[in-house]
Write a protein that binds this ligand. Sequence first.
Ligand SMILES: Cc1cc2nc3c(=O)[nH]c(=O)nc-3n(C[C@H](O)[C@H](O)[C@H](O)COP(=O)(O)OP(=O)(O)OC[C@H]3O[C@@H](n4cnc5c(N)ncnc54)[C@H](O)[C@@H]3O)c2cc1C
Length: 452
Amino acid sequence: MQRIRKSVLFLKLVGYGVRTYYNSAVRRTISAKLAAWLASAPNPNITDADITNIVIVGAAFSGYYAARILATSLPRNGLYRIIVVEPNSHFNFTWVFPRFCVVEGHEHKAFIPYSAEFFSQGPKDLVSWVRDRVETVKKECVVLRSGNEIRYDYLIIATGSTVPGGLPSRAGGEDREGGIERLRAMQARIKNANHLVVAGGGAAGVEVATDAKDHYPDKSVTLVHSRQALMHRFSSGLQAGTADAMTRLGVEVILGEKVDPGSADGNFITLSSGRKIKCDCFINCTGQKPASGVIAELAPHTLTESGHIRVKPTLQIDDDSLPNVYVAGDVAGAHARNPNSRIAARQGEIAADNIVLAIRGKAPSRTYKEEWGDEVIKLTLGLDRSITQFWDGTEELLFPNKDTDLALMCDGAWTALGAKPFEDTGVYTGWAETPTASLKSHSTTPSKMGNA
Ligand SMILES: Cc1cc2nc3c(=O)[nH]c(=O)nc-3n(C[C@H](O)[C@H](O)[C@H](O)COP(=O)(O)OP(=O)(O)OC[C@H]3O[C@@H](n4cnc5c(N)ncnc54)[C@H](O)[C@@H]3O)c2cc1C
């Protein structure tokens, strides 16, 4: 019976893969080619006020992908413009941060240059790039840290999540060079320590603890987690595999306790029970939160207790007065059990498709519902092995892997994002500059929102 159930799951997985490939590769390529074929020459007399601005806040898995979908799908008559606002100099490839906090020599690979190649199926001049941070979203414009405002007719908020402490979960800054330096500093801290304490038994904590112990078997590594099992939000098989890895490597696990970070004195650190443990290097992998502050002024009622932005199934923000505002990725309160890059990209795709529908005068009809296959994670458990888990909340498929690439095959991510591994091409400036008129107050250029 168990075998039959697993076989059915495996077939579901294959179906999911084929569907995803068809949607993302085949269907999109055909529609991009069709759009290019049908395109008429843009009217040279178009002014900024005639142009519909689609502003995307944040260019990681969700926002960057949404920009790509829009670049291939929007009418090519010169009346549409995609404006991406992103403070980071490079795409931060989060998956490898825990590994590169420990292993030296690969840190530059975590910062993938944004590239025009990623949009190469679309026409030139459709995507403008603004290296800045959105401070707040208003009804018809976003206000940037620089003080500029960009008017929008449609908006995608794809700001993801953030942690106050930066590494190992986030780079802790906006430029590549600073990120590389911080990774090297973390490697040195770990190398020079004897008693490492890692807080947080989610993926980042588990990966950094197992890598550190595998790389430096003579150091003591303790992983402290407030729940009763590591990886508690995942399937029981993955939890068991994680616990086995801790035993195999000799990582001490303390469950049901929290660490008081302020208590670290260079020799000891104190847990919530009052227990003191040896610690000369504390690594905090807790505290990740949705980066939803940009909407706090305009629509505070859409913020959930966890800090996510509540959305409708179409990924429009859950506020009927803002039908042209979409939210996608980690920041969206879209009921994803374990948010990940695949879900973020799929939500970016859905938001982009719905904007194209609205522009064509149709009601946004694509909806996000968690699918079997969304819930995938490849969890490293030391330098040479990992488990890939597929799970639908009840049934799981686990694939234990032997890994040989210390850089976790991140060259594949570079290629998928249109970059040549591992050639840094610097800070991306985009195909087209943002016209100054779009940077003025929105009141001069009224919104041309379609039937949203
Ligand atoms: C350590 C770690 C390992 C992970 N490993 C995996 C894995 O193996 N597989 C997997 O599928 N997922 C993994 N994840 C999860 C995955 O990284 C996230 O689900 C994914 O990055 C979410 O993408 P996103 O586009 O929603 O947001 P994010 O990746 O958080 O990106 C948000 C973007 O928005 C920008 N931004 C934020 N605020 C603003 C603003 N105010 N104005 C303008 N821009 C802004 C940021 O600079 C950033 O570029 C991991 C996460 C971590 C932390």
